[in-house]
Design a protein around this ligand. Structure first.
Ligand SMILES: *Cc1c(COP(=O)(O)O)cnc(C)c1O
Length: 376
């Protein structure tokens, strides 16, 4: 079955006479359970829920391994970090990975006696240190993010996973930017594919959610136990909405990635725009590795304008593209990333998330906003 078909049908029940295509959300705390609880598939809403099961089945079909839904991308991230790492373990992590993931590792795991080795995806530092140096020696977990948010740097997941496994380490890839229709980390050898489903996977800017997919089914149990014990579980209604959005993922992402490629080329050709980053751009330093491991290059383009004032004027002049954080949604958005602390970016760096609008409207909007702000 091809990807678009799989996305449309993922996680649906077999057709039943007079039944809906997809059952509604199951809003339940306790379920009826008489006698031995093992005989009931569902007993209590923190352990399992039919709306989770349906979404997790859908994710498993797209990821190529069993999946668990979490209340947010950070809940998914925390589940992998805390269920795999113990005092004295070594975590090797991309220091340009998602800001809050780094803070979580540093502030919470570091405090609890996990040793952190932070290395940059940008410039190939992490990759060199793992493949040619001894960064993986004694490591328990390698945490990658590719492409990185917001730097859009890429690392070679297959080569790194092979090296990590050789050193006895597990490998997690934060795949939020690409989604499993852009890149399948489990196929590339990763043990965990972690995602913020708040972003491109659901794409409607109407929920917060996350998931983890796993290569080895035996790793499911510790993660499931972690979720049940810590209890920050996903709401059934959000999960149901996410499953609904998943059906259009291929459709949305196809449009978004095509438009992102066109806009990246347009920005790259403008003399007043610097440092355009898009893994699909042939001139991009990440392109060669990205072309090998990604089937779509994602909805996000990075670039820089001269200074803060010009960049703020550009964002204010946009009419179709909204000024907002996050990425991957139907509605195009952009922001000056340096307004938040934590990412190593220049003052004029813009993260542009390309949505599903007609690309001609996006081209016109970005060109008029660049021209209008040129004198600033
Ligand atoms: C947003 C994001 C997260 C965190 O996800 P939430 O759903 O906001 O908790 C993790 N990783 C990446 C790459 C993200 O963009």
């Amino acid at each position: 079955m091809r990807e678009a078909t799989r996305a449309v049908h993922a996680g649906l029940p077999a057709p039943g006479q007079g039944e809906p295509f997809r059952p509604g959300p199951v809003l339940a705390g306790p379920f009826h359970v008489a006698g031995e609880p093992e005989s009931a598939a569902y007993a209590y809403g923190r352990y399992a829920n039919p709306s989770w099961t349906a979404f997790e089945r859908a994710l498993a079909e797209l990821e190529g391994g069993p999946a668990l839904v979490f209340a947010s991308g950070m809940a998914a991230t925390a589940a992998v970090l805390f269920s795999t790492l113990r005092r004295g373990d070594v975590l090797v992590m991309a220091d340009d990975a998602y800001f809050t993931a780094r803070v979580l590792a540093d502030a919470e795991l570091g405090q609890r006696g996990v040793e952190l080795r932070m290395l940059s995806t940008a410039g190939g530092e992490l990759q060199r240190a793992c493949l040619e140096g001894d960064a993986l020696q004694g490591a328990a977990l390698l945490w990658l993010e590719t492409p990185t948010n917001p730097g859009l740097d890429v690392c070679d997941v297959a080569a790194l996973a092979q090296a990590a496994h050789g050193a006895g380490a597990l490998v997690a890839v934060d795949n939020s930017l690409a989604t499993p229709l852009g890149q399948r980390p489990l196929d590339l050898g990763a043990d965990f594919s972690v995602s913020s489903d708040t972003k491109a996977l659901t794409g409607h800017a109407d929920l917060v959610l996350g998931h983890v997919a796993l290569r080895a089914p035996e790793v499911l149990e510790p993660l499931h136990t972690w979720r049940t014990r810590t209890g920050g579980v996903a709401g059934p209604f959000e999960t149901w909405l996410a499953h609904r959005s998943l059906a259009t993922l291929e459709l949305r992402l196809g449009r978004q990635c095509d438009s992102a490629g066109r806009l990246a080329a347009l920005l790259h050709a403008r003399p007043d725009v610097e440092g355009v980053r898009y893994p699909g751009l042939p001139a991009d330093p990440a392109h060669e590795v990205a072309a090998r491991q990604m089937s779509r290059f994602g909805p996000v383009v990075g670039f820089a304008l001269e200074g803060r004032a010009r960049t703020e004027a550009f964002l204010a002049a946009l009419e179709v593209v909204a000024e907002a954080t996050s990425f991957g949604g139907l509605h195009s958005s952009a922001e000056r990333r340096a307004r938040w602390a934590g990412d190593d970016v220049v003052e004029g760096f813009v993260r542009l998330s390309v949505g599903c609008e007609d690309v001609e409207d996006l081209v016109e909007d970005i060109e008029q906003a660049l021209d209008a702000s040129a004198s600033t």
